[in-house]
Design a protein around this ligand. Structure first.
Ligand code: NAP
Length: 309
């Protein structure tokens, strides 16, 4: 690998990271993408993407990411398939360390995305992959003719509930309030689906099973009543946490998300930019992440033109 100081290093290879790479490589900056051993971000865990403009009939998430990767490679992007272990943003050039390399870079684009949030109740970790899942589109196929539970009241929970009705005998949504957070259209679709029922004002207090999920203990938050429901699988769809552990104490965070205080994508460290779900807790779409990746690359280019290094 090139040992010289890099112009731009991009951490993350979802839509934000790879769009930044397309722009930075077309700007002749020869970016390095540290893509992580699970490259491609959250779209690798989805099937059909129907709202990414330009794909009239939709496109599969992994195929979209493969296309972005190849597009960036075409203009000279280098890839390093490794996880970043630490970064040092207090020195210039910045340092990015993986298991095998230390990269020095004049500018950095953080596009590390977000990960699925878990419930943190007994049984969840032990049974993850044995009936507990955070990705219906990845695992739904394995749950044919089972009674399934979905936890959450947002768009993801509704989308996953509807998707799972293709396989499951029934899907029960467990939500901690009596109102869904999901958009009206997703709520209507879920409520109209004859295989979907709802348990309101309730949380999962324990996931039960011996080697594989058998059901869940539920607690009604209004009455305090505890019940046990039988289930062959539990899908947790309660949102995401930004992947920012590497950057704590180095750039300013707010609720775990990276702060970009100016009108552009620069973080609280000059020359360090951030894009996509690691910044954005509002829109969280592939297309908005891609848009921010473009912005970050343009901001990095402008920084390099003006920076003394
Ligand atoms: P979200 O909108 O943050 O919803 C998370 C849901 O999980 C909420 O209903 C929340 O309850 C519940 N929850 C959170 N922590 C919990 C806990 N510890 N125990 C039990 N329940 C808990 O997350 P999301 O559904 O993943 O959606 C994220 C963003 O992506 C949203 O902007 C959404 O619109 C978008 N999205 C869009 C689509 C689409 O348009 N097709 C599909 C998927 C996602 P409360 O409601 O009580 O807070």
């Amino acid at each position: 690998m090139d040992q010289e100081v890099r112009n731009v290093t991009i951490i993350g290879s979802g839509p934000a990271g790879l769009t930044a790479a397309v722009y930075a490589s077309r700007g002749d900056l020869q970016p390095l993408v540290v893509e992580g051993v699970e490259a491609g971000g959250q779209l690798m865990l989805t099937t059909d993407v129907e709202n990414y403009p330009g794909f009239v009939d939709g496109i599969m998430g992994p195929e979209l990411m493969e296309r972005m990767r190849k597009q960036a490679a075409r203009f000279g992007t280098d890839y390093l398939t490794d996880n970043v272990r630490s970064v040092d943003l207090s020195t210039r050039p910045f340092k990015v360390a993986t298991a095998g390399d230390t990269i020095e870079t004049r500018s950095l684009i953080i596009a590390t995305g977000a990960s699925a949030r878990m419930l943190g109740v007994p049984g969840e970790r032990e049974l993850l992959g044995h009936g507990v899942s955070t990705c219906a589109t990845c695992d739904g196929f394995f749950f044919r003719d089972r009674k399934l539970l979905i936890v959450g009241g947002g768009d993801s929970a509704m989308e996953e509930a509807i998707f799972l009705t293709k396989f499951a005998s029934s899907v029960t949504v467990i939500h901690r309030r009596d109102k869904l957070r999901a958009s009206k259209i997703m709520q209507d679709r879920a409520k109209e689906n004859p295989k979907i029922t709802f348990i309101w004002d309730s949380v999962v207090s324990e996931i039960v099973g011996n080697g594989k999920v058998a059901g869940a203990r539920l607690r009604n938050l209004k009455t305090g009543d505890e019940t046990t429901v039988e289930a062959g699988g539990i899908f947790v769809a309660i949102g995401h946490t930004p992947n920012t552990a590497l950057f704590e104490d180095q750039v300013e965070l707010n609720g775990g998300y990276i702060v970009t205080p100016r009108e552009d994508t620069q973080t609280t460290v000059a020359g360090v930019f951030a894009a996509g779900d690691v910044v954005d807790h509002r829109y969280r779409q592939a297309i908005t992440a891609a848009g921010m990746g473009c912005m970050a690359a343009m901001d990095a280019e402008r920084f390099l033109e003006g920076a003394d290094h």
